[in-house]
Design a protein around this ligand. Structure first.
Ligand code: ADP
Ligand code: MG
Length: 404
């Protein structure tokens, strides 16, 4: 793709003397919450353990910060990181001190009182609007808490926030182990992937994923399209899409552009040939399989059909490198889960280098229990797509430009 990732040129926490230092670590504890507001999945907390455990072992004072949800600059107890501190403590098997804010007097005192080997978690950085605004004064206040900044939050590396980028203007900055691994693994897709390189792209919107679609079509040998976005592509090709979710106007225009680009770039762009339809997006509907270009009025396409599954499986089996983002259907409902399950199994069965990225796609991989057989599961949805697009990543740029 347009850029190459010089992961090796980035300073890593492994190369730092951290003993006795206060190390400010940006982690991604933006965990999904269930209807009762409890942690629904702690994968992201678990993923941060290697860096935290390393720093504890090396006798650093570990100060963790993260955002959770979108409180938009106001304190919202439902989005407090308090319960995350408890879960982290269980996983680490050591106490984690929770600090009720992320900047200010109380926080500075807590950090001053902490000893080497202690772990502190600061409150949600987005309780302050200055975090998302990348406010320099707020970043300076954060920077005061540490001698060294470690960015281990891959999921927010594409955002220029005070806690992901701004803080690195004031203190030396390095990558953590999770961030390093993400860059290395995703870097294999960007730098000379083994061919054939096949991508599967699904999920909701063409307009959301236009950048990555352009990039994948330009660099992969085949792009297999599924999910709701397939209907925008089918519409662009003149198909009757019934009541399927279609992004009329701009979406159809963009889909047309991708179809043309694929031809120019000699990328095989595959669209569904059959789809599972139902009268509405709900459980216990009467379903049927129809040709993808002739969906009857009043019916919506909610999964790829069995012939499409077979064609896609065969393509995936032939590939040496596979990247998958976006479910093939509404996999949350069993009647529309077969397409996504088939792709998950096919990616897992591929002996080459396989990567899954995207919040819902990773959830699907977990639901269908294939995660262990995947080469790399990216913890960052938007970030992994931004990286594949070749966008500059503010969190990475900030590390490169930090004072050393
Ligand atoms: P990811 O998080 O992996 O990038 P997206 O957020 O783009 O994926 O899309 C995931 C959502 O798309 C899922 O909630 C899924 O139910 C929905 N979806 C997939 N196919 C369809 C479809 N045919 N119609 C409506 N929604 C769909
Ligand atoms: Mg999603």
């Amino acid at each position: 793709m347009s850029m190459s990732l010089d992961v090796h040129e980035l300073p890593s926490v492994a190369g730092e003397q951290v003993a006795g230092k206060r190390v400010l670590v940006r982690v991604d504890f933006n965990v999904p919450l269930d209807d009762d507001g409890m942690i629904a999945d702690d994968t992201r907390i678990a993923a941060s353990l290697p860096t935290i455990e390393y720093l504890v072992q090396e006798d650093a004072t570990v100060i963790l910060m993260s955002h959770l949800g979108r409180p938009k600059g106001v304190r919202d107890e439902r989005l407090s990181l308090h319960q995350v501190a408890d879960r982290l403590s269980e996983l680490l098997e050591r106490p984690v001190g929770f600090v009720h804010d992320c900047v200010g007097e109380e926080v500075e005192a807590a950090v001053r009182d902490a000893n080497p080997g202690d772990v502190l978690l600061l409150e949600n950085t987005r309780f302050h609007a200055e975090d998302s605004a990348n406010d320099p004064e707020f970043a300076r206040q954060l920077a005061r808490l540490g001698d060294l900044f470690v960015n281990d939050a891959f999921g927010t590396v594409h955002r220029a926030n005070a806690s992901t980028a701004g803080v690195a203007k004031y203190i030396p900055a390095v990558t953590g182990f999770l961030l390093e691994r993400e860059l290395q693994q995703l870097g294999h897709l960007v730098d000379a992937p083994n061919r054939p390189f096949t991508c599967i792209v699904g999920g909701l919107k063409v307009t959301d994923k236009i950048g990555v679609l352009e990039s994948l079509v330009s660099h992969a040998d085949a792009v297999l399209v599924g999910g709701a976005m397939a209907f925008t592509f089918l519409k662009a090709k003149g198909a009757s899409t019934g009541a399927s979710f279609v992004e009329d106007g701009e979406g159809v225009e963009l889909a047309r552009r991708i179809i043309e680009l694929a031809e120019e770039e000699e990328c095989t762009l595959m669209l569904p040939v059959d789809v599972v339809v139902a009268p509405k997006l709900a459980e216990d509907q009467e379903t049927q399989v129809v040709p993808a270009d002739a969906i009857p009025d009043g019916l919506m396409g909610l999964d790829i059909g069995p012939r499409t599954r077979m064609l896609y499986e065969a393509r995936i089996a032939d590939a040496h490198t596979v990247f998958w983002n976006g479910p093939m259907g509404v996999f949350e409902i069993e009647d529309f889960a077969d397409g996504t399950r088939a792709i998950a199994d096919a990616v897992a069965a591929n002996p080459g280098f396989t990567v899954i990225g995207g919040g819902d796609s990773v959830a699907a991989a977990n639901q269908f229990r294939v995660a262990e057989r995947i080469g790399h599961i990216s913890t960052g949805g938007g970030a992994s797509l931004a990286l594949l697009e070749g966008e500059a990543l503010p969190g990475i740029e900030a590390i490169r430009e930090a004072p050393q």
